[in-house]
Ligand binder design. Structure first.
Ligand code: SF4
Ligand code: SF4
Length: 431
């Protein structure tokens, strides 16, 4: 799977022709559900991809826009009886859209270059941006600007984006977590912990909680302060070569033969991290390491259940919690039971099932930034279901979803705590 001028034509044809057009995926697809237009369904999109792969259709602007209207939520993968590998088709289709250049414009090129080539290729750049934003927030400039009404002079879209600017944590992961955290009690495992990119700025507290929980369960945790982005953002936005470069960086920094597991606490990242073998299949220097890497990468819930979670000893105040599943944790990694098992171990925690728990909340990477209308529809639907449970806490294992729900709760004035399951477990241990 090297980067090629035509990604879909270069793809293994057995993947392109898997779809048997049965339509069983249609009811599970959020964009089809909202529009009832075949083109906006998995089956419709796969037909377009196949037409491009066969040379019957050029990668037109309409084709490219359709590929970006897809959430990449992978609900269709779970529903499909034929085992269609939509994840791979989707990434190649977006790479095809980018290679064709049909969406290019000076503004878009600038934003993509800044975000994908500058901010997320070197995380010291992202941290610099985070520090500036933190200063802006801590000095009260953000509050002042919001109260002054000056923001109303901005174009509507910029106002919307400003309203969902995340709160930057007072400390990033490296200030909260030492490079080596010893196991509490006997050391059973040696694991590496990936701190993520945006997660490090917005949810460094979750990284700290994850390391603490791992240590309490017999893991020595290696957390280098300087790390790399996993590359999922690049792969999902058609930047195949950048995604490969970031995968090689990860393999250099965390040689998989030196760890019992490589831990991710972000559903979206984990789903991508587990497929480096395919990403580097044509690179003889890395492909064997990548195959071992794929086996060692574990989502935090998956790993804890695998090694056996120590039950928190102390009683806690009663909490009613519902669980929203990250698409890439549920559909991408098939991890649905473990987070519920983990929550079930916390004393005095009542878990109330969320209707449509694995239906996308509209976050989907940067989908909420580029397709706000559909993203907001999905967020409203999700919040309606959360409210119906009566829970005052919603747990979720992916930073994008957490942020989407935090913003939604804020906009609707809901008294809702949005939290990673690992934080609830860490709190229970601390009591
Ligand atoms: S990934 Fe999600 S939005 Fe895209 S086709 Fe599949 S179900 Fe629909
Ligand atoms: S993707 Fe799967 S479920 Fe959807 S139409 Fe094709 S074969 Fe059927």
């Amino acid at each position: 799977m090297t980067a090629s001028p035509s990604h879909l034509k270069g793809l293994d044809y057995s993947i392109v022709q898997q779809c048997m057009h049965c339509g069983l995926c249609l009811p599970t697809c959020p964009t089809y559900n909202a529009t009832k237009v075949e083109r906006h369904s998995p089956r419709g999109r796969i037909s377009l991809m196949r037409a491009v792969a066969d040379g019957r259709l050029d990668a037109t602007r309409t084709f490219a826009e359709e590929m970006y209207f897809c959430l990449g939520c992978l609900a269709c993968v779970t529903a499909c009886p034929a085992g269609v590998n939509y994840a791979e088709l989707f990434e190649h289709a977006r790479a095809e859209a980018e290679a064709s250049g049909v969406l290019k414009s000076p503004k878009r090129n600038f934003i993509r270059g800044f975000a994908l080539r500058w901010l997320f290729m070197d995380l010291s750049h992202l941290r610099l941006a985070g520090r500036v934003l933190r200063l802006y927030q801590q000095l009260g400039l953000q509050t002042l600007l919001r109260r002054s009404g000056l923001l109303r002079l901005l174009p509507k879209r910029l106002q919307e984006l400003e309203a969902i600017t995340p709160d930057i944590q007072p400390k990033f992961s490296a200030e909260l977590i030492p490079p080596v955290t010893p196991a509490v009690g006997a050391k059973r495992y040696r694991v590496a912990m990936l701190i993520g990119c945006a997660q490090d700025l917005i949810f460094s507290n979750i990284n700290r909680d994850t390391v603490e929980v791992l240590a309490r369960n017999g893991c020595e945790v290696i957390t280098p302060p300087k790390q790399f982005c996993c590359g999922s953002l690049h792969a999902h936005n058609g930047e195949w070569e950048l995604a490969q470069q970031l995968a090689r960086n990860q393999l250099e920094q965390f040689p998989p033969d030196q760890f019992d597991a490589i831990i991710s606490n972000a559903g979206g990242c984990g789903s991508h991290l587990k497929h480096y073998r395919k990403l580097l299949a044509d690179d003889p220097a890395y492909r064997d390491r990548a195959a071992l890497w794929d086996k060692k990468v574990k989502d935090i819930h998956e790993w804890l259940v695998e090694i056996g979670i120590q039950r928190p000893a102390h009683h806690a105040p009663a909490q009613v919690v519902t669980y929203h599943e990250s698409c890439h944790l549920a559909h991408g990694q098939k991890i649905t039971v473990q987070p519920r098992q983990m929550l079930g171990l916390i004393p005095n925690l009542k878990l109330v099932e969320l209707p449509e728990s694995s239906w996308c909340c509209g976050s989907a990477g940067i989908y909420n930034l580029v397709q706000p209308e559909m993203a907001n529809q999905l967020l409203d639907r999700k919040l309606k279901h959360i409210k119906s449970t009566g829970a005052s806490i919603v747990a979720n294992g992916n930073p994008g979803c957490l942020l989407q729900l935090i913003n939604g709760a804020k906009q609707q004035g809901l008294n809702l705590r949005v939290v990673h399951p690992v934080t609830l477990l860490a709190e229970a241990y601390r009591r």
